[in-house]
Design a binder for this molecule. Structure first.
Ligand SMILES: Cc1cc2nc3c(=O)[nH]c(=O)nc-3n(C[C@H](O)[C@H](O)[C@H](O)COP(=O)(O)O)c2cc1C
Length: 286
């Protein structure tokens, strides 16, 4: 199991990544010109294949009969209603932006249910019920809301350990599977220790057809962006409560999907974030 010293995604204190924001993905900023053709480089073919061109948009029509639902509903058995979140006030945004960092050292002290509830709501919670839509804290292309939020609970007071699904409309958690999932979560997160030592790990999946129904292949771009919006909301809200987060995109897709019960075809996990209490660096003794 890797920790912050061996984690390839953690910035190295002495390495070039320390000087370069986002420098943890090797070569990410350098377009490749060598190697095989573009067909063998799916990232580049994806970017090309999902381009908008004037002629490709002609005759684009929607099949309203086949519009997918914008949320998953789990059986009510075992549902845990969450404490109402604060929707006013809170810490200053400028100071949160100034102080936001990916934190990887945590205490082993539990989160409270109210803290988890506040962070879940801030990430992608409902802010306005309009017609049959539930508008959220995070924007969504076409208000189609492809992202589902799950949380692997390791240590939260008054909540059983296991994987839970966040029901955005009810502001409640539904059990997906109960039990100790710490090792499985960390394994799914490319063996990163932070996913084991955190109090909870949020997992965001996309239900692809919600967005491809309207935007077709272009929609795949949007879903990753939307997960990013939610993750940033989450990070700032957690910091506002004095909690720590670290985003995780380095994951074994099939293992992450197995954790939340996604099939990997219609629904797949895109992104994760730890949630925990920050452990202050211990002062060196002189
Ligand atoms: C898309 C994305 C994926 C990331 N994946 C990981 C990860 O898997 N593990 C990790 O420790 N940090 C991960 N990070 C955090 C970055 O390492 C971190 O944001 C970067 O070093 C800058 O530090 P800061 O967030 O403290 O400003 C990820 C960040 C982003 C935006």
């Amino acid at each position: 199991m890797s920790d912050e010293r061996t984690n390839p995604h953690a910035p190295r204190a002495d390495g070039p990544a320390a000087q370069r924001p986002g420098g943890d993905s090797p070569g990410a900023d350098a377009p490749r010109t060598d190697g095989p053709g573009v067909a063998d480089r799916p990232g580049e073919s994806f970017q090309r294949a999902t381009r908008y061109e004037r002629q490709s948009l002609r005759g684009w029509q929607l099949d309203w009969e086949r519009q997918p639902s914008d949320h998953k509903v789990y059986p009510a058995e075992g549902r845990v209603p969450l404490p109402e979140p604060l929707r006013e006030g809170g810490p200053g945004l400028w100071s949160l932006l100034q102080r936001r960092r990916s934190e990887r050292r945590y205490t082993q002290e539990s989160l409270s249910l109210a803290e988890l509830a506040q962070v879940l709501w801030a990430g992608d919670g409902m802010t306005l019920a309009a017609d049959d839509m539930a508008l959220r804290t995070a924007p969504s292309a076409g208000a189609l809301y492809p992202i589902e939020s799950y949380v692997a609970v390791h240590r939260v007071a008054d909540l059983a350990a296991g994987v839970w699904h966040y029901d955005i409309r009810r502001h409640a958690l539904d059990p997906v599977r109960l039990g100790d999932v710490r090792v499985e979560t960390a394994r799914a997160a490319l063996d990163q220790q932070i996913a084991l030592t955190a109090d909870a790990v949020l997992l965001w999946s996309a239900v692809f057809e919600r967005t491809t129904w309207k935007y077709r292949q272009r929609g795949y771009r949007y879903m990753y962006m939307e997960a990013g919006h939610i993750a940033q909301n989450t990070a700032l809200a957690a910091l506002g409560l004095g909690l720590a987060t670290c985003q995780i995109a380095a994951l074994y897709d099939e293992e992450a999907n197995a954790l939340v019960g996604a099939d990997g075809q219609r629904e797949s996990v895109l992104y994760m974030s730890t949630l925990a209490r920050r452990r202050e660096a211990t002062r060196e003794r002189r």
